[in-house]
Ligand binder design. Sequence first.
Ligand SMILES: Nc1nc2c(c(=O)[nH]1)N[C@H]1C(S)=C(S)[C@@H](COP(=O)(O)O)O[C@H]1N2
Ligand SMILES: [Mo]
Length: 526
Amino acid sequence: MRSDNRLPGWAAALIGLVTGAVAVGVSLLAAGPVKASAFPVVAVGDAAVDLAPAGLKDFAIRTFGENDKPVLLAGILAVMAVLAVAVGVFAARDLRYGLAGLAAFGAVGVAAVLTRPGAGPADVIPTVAGVAAGAIALRVLLRRASAARPDDARPEETGPPVMRAGRDRYAVNRRGLLTGVLGGAAVAGVSGLAGRALSSRSEVSAARAGLVLPRPAVPAEPIPAGADLRIRGLTPFVTPSRDFYRVDTAIVVPQVDPRDWTLRIGGMVDRPVELTLADLLKRPLVEADVTLCCVSNPVGGPYAGNARWLGARLADVLRDAGVRSGADMLLSTSADGWTCGTPLDVVLDGREALLAVAMNGEALPVDHGFPVRQVVPGLYGYVSATKWVTEIKVTRFDRDTAYWTTRGWAEKGPVKTQSRIDLPRDGARVPPGRTVIAGVAWAQHRGVDAVEVRIDGGPWRRARLAEAPTADTWRQWVVDDWDAVRGRHTIEVRATDATGRPQTARRAPVTPDGATGLHTVTVTVA
Ligand SMILES: Nc1nc2c(c(=O)[nH]1)N[C@H]1C(S)=C(S)[C@@H](COP(=O)(O)O)O[C@H]1N2
Ligand SMILES: [Mo]
């Protein structure tokens, strides 16, 4: 199989790239009807997220924000492109080397796919199909491109004329290569697009659209008119679902069919139960306004949002199962295997800890945990807000650990009091005169009692607080009597919670249990 007609490097590289593209396209097509996590590129990405050191998540969020996943996927594709070029170059020497390289690719893909939670044997099909298609493409492309040198041309060969590269050593059948490359690119493109279409025309979004939500047995009070100061540029009191921040480890979010969904509750309980969605919707549903925030939110950062949730009380569901004494933690697991440890006493203390089915009057968006997620006021998301939740084990902190706590984050994650300046923006230029300073502050479940602002290190001045329906949401605040004079000015904010504790000015990083410090912006008045 050794070829005497060495292809020029560029041709071998091109063949490798097209081979890789065919493999990726065909595996995406094969994964379409299976599931996203069986697409090896995504599986490798998911595995990389899980294996990455804790500091890297933090770095990724800080650097790329909510684009961290597209950036990771682009990185993986770039690495694959380099490896594909290598496959092409080796295959040009000897097809067997190229095939061995493809097989190694496939082995990594199969390993990644099989280590995904809930993976079954059928999940390797997309990888195997992709590698097989890649192998065929590699063979065909090499055949088409390799031109027989005139001295060893066999008589029956009647193909297009042999083009010889400048240096005599290399020969390439350019037309054969070109048509092969175009054909390969077409196969890759069509199968990739078809695969994407298959997976996005998902039954889950149709089922979500068809879900009929019961009326709340315990409706929330209407949001007071004074909760939203309606100042342009100020974060609205209710975050529209499409603008709600998203933080999770899923590269492609789990598609959970509500008809198959169940929630198993076991561990230290008297009566393990398994609820269907219909069971859950039969329970009295409670509506609650709750502000969620992420422990990875830097001071002044965007990872907080406020929504009206509808769900069953988690405490009632647990009481039905009969929690045994000695338990102090709920270990919840999502459909994609992510886990979360929530302090049991917090869930049972009477606050509106929910198994939520709706957000802002609609079934949960798939990105935010459809069909069911946890919402617990007063705890950071990583210890409370399990999306796509499928299992809750009643257990103990000294027996079980969860996804982030095994990666250096604190076991318990009570939300720290925070305040943020939305207006004026950091670095803004504003004209002299009356200038509005406004933002939001949160101390979920304790409530915000005061917000103060200080300019250029001067005296603290009280901000006017907007109303808040409960202690579980953030509060808007405004200072509207600042007479800004020309020059550069620094504005700081601090909140005091309803227990009377002012927010600490001491700066702490997000790890291990949430950032502290005062949000500070600098503006130029000119
Ligand atoms: N299944 C699952 N649920 C999860 C996470 C996750 O990675 N996987 N991340 C948690 C974290 S860290 C936060 S801050 C919240 C964010 O919820 P949101 O994406 O709806 O804003 O979800 C929590 N629930
Ligand atoms: Mo988070």
